[in-house]
Design a protein around this ligand. Sequence first.
Ligand code: C5P
Length: 292
Amino acid sequence: MSTDLILALDVPTREEAAPILRQLRGSLKWVKIGLQMFTAYGPDYVRAVAGEGFDVFLDLKLHDIPNTVAKAVGALASLPIGMLTLHASGGREMMAAAQKAAAQTKPGLLLLGVTVLTSTNRAGLVETGVAATPEAQVSRLARLANEAGLRGLVCSPLEVPVLRREIPTQIQLVTPGIRSSADAGTDDQKRTMTPAQAARAGSNYIVVGRPILKAPDPAAAARAIMAELASVSASVSASASTSACPALAPDCSAPAPDCSALAPDCPAPVCPAPVCPAPFAPLPSAPPPFEN
Ligand code: C5P
């Protein structure tokens, strides 16, 4: 499984965003337009960013009565967006109404249920009358969102391993709260992981704003994160194929110099040709790393 970067375009003006987008065109796929830019520039800006070739994630975190949210989803479906958020705490009926509206107007739209904001910790939940831990509350809302038919969730990377066990693996997990180890705890984000940790945990997408936007060279910072994600994905696939290989070689007796040709997925250190199994069974395909 690979993990994609989503750039949270949280800047005050489109002029500030323009050079960052220009430099990342062709290498970055997803851009998140949130409340700041949508409030300032509206639907036209969504069309403009999509027109530059980016896939747009519209992060409006809808939360209202079911009819109002469903109508809003129907209206937003005319925009060139691939993902849209709503608060899972709006409840089953609200999420189901939203999903139905999306299915009727834009079936490819991925509605994401926001579970517990990554800026909220246990104390923050208690203040709002929720006695559960963030992990338990995320779990509860994730199961509710799944039952309501949503195909994606927003959570902190810390909860990904639990959700991977509890909900169907095809549910897309999008995780903000991404910080380098050095930056952890320096702003409002409280439940954080590094890009590599989030990727290893099984996030499908990570959302990163300020660590990129406040860097001296935002495009370079974004590219560095994409490289970090790519290297995790490469090492996960290598270890998946390595773990499939030892089964081939335990009790073979004859030297076989062409072992690697027969087991092409077997990396050299595991199958260097000292001995080869006979008969050769085809390599089992490596399971997706985070499958239940
Ligand atoms: O700057 P930073 O990397 O913290 O940006 C994270 C982005 O992800 C922000 O745009 C924020 O609105 C969004 N987000 C979040 N936590 C959620 C859902 C969305 O931080 N649970």
